[in-house]
Design a protein around this ligand. Structure first.
Ligand code: PGA
Length: 251
């Protein structure tokens, strides 16, 4: 059985007091979720405090970004081994905000993906098309390129230790969710692309949907056969909403 998962992406939100309150509520509610996995991807600075708070819970810690370099003169950057020092288990790479606002191309994203795996953590690789690309009917070509740049650097077997998040750029933070059918169509395509190279890897690969997932649309999205959970932005900051989304994995 593929692992189901909900990952919260806090982006650049929170402070020490708010983080503690949010996680107190989430931990109290979700601690006994069985096989399902809940991850919170927090800003770098809060990794140590969140790490402490998550000790002895089933909630895993993640980061939102990483340097592609192992170490060296890269002022302001954070390496993968630094993240694993704080028991990070997951790192988001290739989020569309990083691609668009910080100029990360497929090659840089692939290098970050490798850096995360080399440090023993699992990348959450984000892929997805812009509205223009969807309207130009090149969604699948765009996603294929995003996948192939990782496969050519890391090999298809690397997806045994990674998660993919399909996040249509037009759905992120806009309140416009992809319909379950639209999302399922792309998720199935992603799994087929991986299956062409290795069926076993494809069958066990967790593929998350992200983009305006809320408590009211999570159940129908998560019910689709190739959607294994969600990457949640805005709604991961509201304890009750995030808890309800995590609970929707159970259906
Ligand atoms: P959203 O963000 O849930 O606020 O749309 C999702 C994401 O960017 O990962």
């Amino acid at each position: 059985m593929r692992k189901k998962m909900v990952a919260g992406n806090w982006k650049m939100h929170g402070n020490l007091v708010q983080n503690k309150q949010l996680l107190d509520a989430v931990i109290a509610d979700l601690n006994e979720l069985g096989e399902d996995l809940v991850v919170v991807c927090v800003p770098y600075l809060y990794l140590p405090s969140v790490q402490k708070q998550l000790q002895n819970t089933k909630i895993a810690l993640g980061a939102q970004n990483v340097s592609q370099h192992e170490m060296g003169a890269y002022t302001g950057e954070i390496s993968a081994s630094m993240l694993s020092d704080f028991q990070c288990q997951y790192v988001i790479v290739g989020h569309s905000e990083r691609r668009m606002l910080f100029g990360e191309d497929n090659h840089v994203v692939a290098k970050k993906y490798v850096a995360v795996q080399n440090a023993g953590m699992a990348p959450i690789l984000c892929v997805g098309e812009t509205l223009e690309q969807r309207e130009a009917k090149v969604t699948k070509q765009v996603i294929e390129q995003q996948l192939m740049s990782v496969i050519s650097l890391a090999g298809v077997e690397s997806f045994n230790k990674a998660v993919i998040a399909y996040e249509p750029v037009w759905a992120i933070g806009t309140g416009k969710t992809a319909t379950p059918e639209q999302a399922q169509d792309v998720h199935a395509f992603i799994r087929e692309e991986i299956a062409k190279q290795n069926l076993n890897v494809a069958n066990q690969l967790t593929i998350l949907y992200g983009g305006s997932v809320k408590d009211n649309n999570a159940p129908e999205l998560f019910a689709m056969p190739d959607i294994d959970g969600g990457l949640i932005g805005g709604a991961s900051l509201i304890a009750n909403d995030f808890i309800a989304i995590c609970r929707a994995l159970r259906h």
